[in-house]
Design a protein around this ligand. Structure first.
Ligand code: NAP
Length: 327
């Protein structure tokens, strides 16, 4: 793979392309100062990032969109240089709510289209104002989930030109097969965004996705923020792993860079989040100037612990909870 700052994209099955490295933009809205996402996305564009992973439910899409528009306005990039991924939240699964949800994202971004729009989770929640609807007893209120019907509404959005490519996130094999074998399928999912890093390497799902031309986008590629309010801390800190530390020393790279390079080198797109200027720059220096040997790739693969940082156990009684299955 000959990757450069200007060209580090891989093909999607619909003819479009996705940059192998993107900036994750989820920061806890309660603790992230306003304007942070905007400044960080602008800096990231200056550094060379062209891919941004966002979502309506991150509550900062307006800042991400503003940053992108400002960098277009000052001539740094053109709209077609940028790849933005948005996500359909659980309360918008009924077909009639899909396009309005995407339009809400476009309105936040003040852009005409998104490059990729993905079903964030395969679990529908009760539609309404609340993104996390709960009843009097504090129980989440779910909604009948019909992934094929939701998908057809997404296909209509692509046909209408509101989105270039369609994908999913947190789908297991069965849920992917449901879409792939849907009678009359018009647009295949081009990607599946799932947790993926040296402690959760996803060998079976990766193989299945390879066979079906589905690009895997790895979230928590650095082992997550380890925020105990939503991250499972049973797995030790990835960035302190001895093997990654030692490989990093050999190449004069950090453990974070080794972890990112591991996925990039096996064709898994990475979307590390950082709202720190130095780390935003640092994380970008993985594609161009070093490569892991085959032996190192194998040794890192063997670190797999099969434990998720993002378990979403609070929704494990949802009929479409994706993580009961082996993969
Ligand atoms: P992550 O990218 O693995 O880790 C982010 C954490 O690592 C932050 O605390 C960040 O802090 C820190 N960090 C960044 N660069 C670092 C470096 N070089 N050295 C040490 N620490 C570093 O985890 P994530 O944010 O959970 O996942 C990334 C993105 O994936 C999210 O932002 C979001 O866009 C997406 N995501 C999607 C889903 C889904 O269900 N589809 C789920 C989770 C995440 P600083 O900001 O202070 O640098």
């Amino acid at each position: 793979m000959n990757l450069t700052v200007k060209n580090h994209s891989i093909p999607l099955s619909d003819g479009n392309q996705i940059p192998l490295l993107g900036l994750g933009t989820y920061g806890d809205p309660r603790t992230t100062p306003k304007g942070t996402a905007r400044e960080c996305v602008k800096l990231a564009i200056d550094v060379g990032y062209r891919h941004f992973d966002g979502a309506l439910v991150y509550f900062n899409e307006h800042e991400v969109g503003q940053a992108i528009r400002e960098k277009i306005a000052d001539g740094t990039v053109r709209r077609e240089d940028i790849f933005y991924c948005g996500k359909l939240w659980n309360t918008f699964h009924p077909p009639q709510l899909v396009r309005p949800a995407l339009e809400r994202t476009l309105k936040n971004l003040k852009l005409d289209y998104v490059d990729l729009y993905i079903v964030e989770l395969p679990m529908a929640f009760k539609p309404g104002k609340e993104f996390y609807p709960i009843d009097k007893n504090g129980q989440y209120i779910y909604h009948p989930t019909d992934l094929c019907a939701t998908w057809e509404a997404l296909e209509a959005c692509k046909d209408a030109g509101l989105v270039k490519s369609l994908g999913v996130s947190n789908f297991n094999r069965r849920q992917l097969e449901l879409l792939l074998t849907k009678p009359g399928l018009k647009h295949k999912p081009v990607s599946n965004q799932v947790e993926c890093h040296p402690y959760f390497t996803q060998p079976k799902l990766l193989e299945f996705c390879r066979q079906h031309d589905i690009v895997v986008v790895g979230y928590c590629p650095l082992g997550s923020s380890r925020d105990s309010s939503w991250v499972n801390l049973k797995s030790p800190p990835l960035l302190e792993d001895e093997l990654l530390v030692n490989i990093g020393k050999k190449y004069n790279k950090s453990t974070a860079q080794v972890a990112l390079r591991f996925n990039v080198q096996r064709g898994v797109v990475v979307i590390p989040k950082s709202f720190n200027p130095e780390r935003i720059k640092h994380n970008f220096q993985v594609i161009f100037d070093f490569a892991l040997t085959e032996g190192e790739m194998k040794a890192i693969e063997a670190l797999n612990k099969n434990i998720r940082f993002v378990e979403l156990k609070m929704w494990s009684d949802h009929p479409e909870y994706p993580f009961h299955d082996d993969y």
